[in-house]
Design a protein around this ligand. Sequence first.
Ligand SMILES: Cc1cc2nc3c(=O)[nH]c(=O)nc-3n(C[C@H](O)[C@H](O)[C@H](O)COP(=O)(O)OP(=O)(O)OC[C@H]3O[C@@H](n4cnc5c(N)ncnc54)[C@H](O)[C@@H]3O)c2cc1C
Length: 509
Amino acid sequence: MAAYLEDAAHTPGGHAPSVDFATTEGEVSWALRQPGAVLPVGAQSSLTGGATPMGERLLSLSRLNRIGAVSADRVRVEAGVALLTLEEELRPQRLLYPPTPTFRGALLGGTAATNAAGAATFKYGSTRDWIRALTVVLANGEVLDLERGAVRAHPDGHFEVVFGDGSVGRVPLPRYEMPRVAKRSAGYHAEPGMDLVDLFVGSEGTLGVITEVELRLVPDRPRLLGWVAFPSEALALQAVQRLRHASQETWAAGDPRGIDIAAIESMDRRCLELIVEDGAHRQCGVSIDASQDTAVLFRAELPPGADAASAMDEIGAVGDPGCPDTPLVRLCLMLRELGVLDSLEVALPGETRRAEQLVALREAVPMAVNHRIAAVARNEPGVRKAAGDMIVPFERLAEMMTLYREGFTRRGLDHALWGHVSDGNIHANAIPRSFEEMRRADEAMLEFGDQVLRFGGCPLSEHGVGRSATKQRLLRQLYGEDGIAQMRAVKAALDPEWKLAPGVLFPRA
Ligand SMILES: Cc1cc2nc3c(=O)[nH]c(=O)nc-3n(C[C@H](O)[C@H](O)[C@H](O)COP(=O)(O)OP(=O)(O)OC[C@H]3O[C@@H](n4cnc5c(N)ncnc54)[C@H](O)[C@@H]3O)c2cc1C
């Protein structure tokens, strides 16, 4: 059992009487008809404690893992299929399921339950945008097959669900207004006339167990990963702004020669120091020195047919008279104008090993932070990660970065800022050296939550709320006690016995 008693948030105190491994929808239904509370789990990569049992029976979806027939634009998969497995299935057919979180071991059911998002949200949106249909087993064991577009909320703001015994459940919808940002994983989705599919996406296991999802697919395009270092954060943000703008223009005009960026990740100076302290840059073959303040890792999509040789030729020709006008050449010219072309490290289309190295360099940052916190926790049990997952409109990001730093520095906290910069979604991480510092970092998160709201952002962007006390407080900051009461009413209508994932998102009372 031990392996199932905590998730990636390492929330202490996890306990459960048993774990059931469902292999069919019928077994999920059976498990829910048994007495007692149930916590559905996928890969338990939750960063919020949402997949840590607190006395519930665990229901693992990991063995419900069949992939249905793949067509040019869709696939139906069971909830226990891992993102990595789906990617491997789709690769030979040159198809892509784009809205994947950084952790590819997550299961499709878990990503739907948390409305996961990732680096490529900038171009492709979050999981919600890619779900065409889903099957969900309700707390009483009944099965709902939902197709997007088939069931919409009544104009007065409720859904009607007809149960097997003929009774009709009325599910009232929350009335709060959600922040208008690129991604949100902040309690129940609510908007006038919404689709019933959207109520379950992002509901973190509290309204039903997702057993199958039908996903939209797109053709996979040749891609180039680029690592660029900047002498200042201001210049890095200027570059991100220009890349965002150029890509948006390309999509709007359908320009085949335009710059087309799917994702940009950033790492601040402290992140680069952590990489150097741990020697990760040497392992990944990238040089980092003290003149570099901020690095970004971008993913550019190239026209169909582009390969390593054509990309190399284009990069070599940049600036030559008669150099071709291609997306990659335009991209390099922009980096040259910004004075950073010399620092560009690339993984050309098809250079899988090099791409893995550049991604590993980005991943070395959270790993460095986690190792340091784990070392502190060995002496002071209870010390854990204290990180924000907040998003602001990109135009306010520079101000928000200043506020993150000011809030940490004022509390004497070591910190590092990195994340999905193309969305304005930076993970502000404290690196606490004691329990007291962790407490101060949690306090900083609540202050940041207020500031993010004032900027029109959302304090809960992609990881969800789970059982984290800080994130549950941020959810209350966002929608107020009244909003939480409205979510409780949704929960009570679909799960009157509070059987599913009790205590996730909000307490019962
Ligand atoms: C290194 C690392 C990087 C990460 N990067 C990202 C990122 O870029 N973006 C991002 O969004 N997240 C990220 N995450 C967080 C995590 O991977 C996502 O939240 C993911 O969607 C969780 O999937 P899972 O299968 O692990 O679900 P779990 O962690 O097992 O469960 C998460 C929640 O969903 C519920 N749940 C799980 N399966 C089901 C189901 N079938 N039906 C109903 N409810 C269910 C659980 O009860 C729980 O509340 C990262 C995590 C790690 C460890």
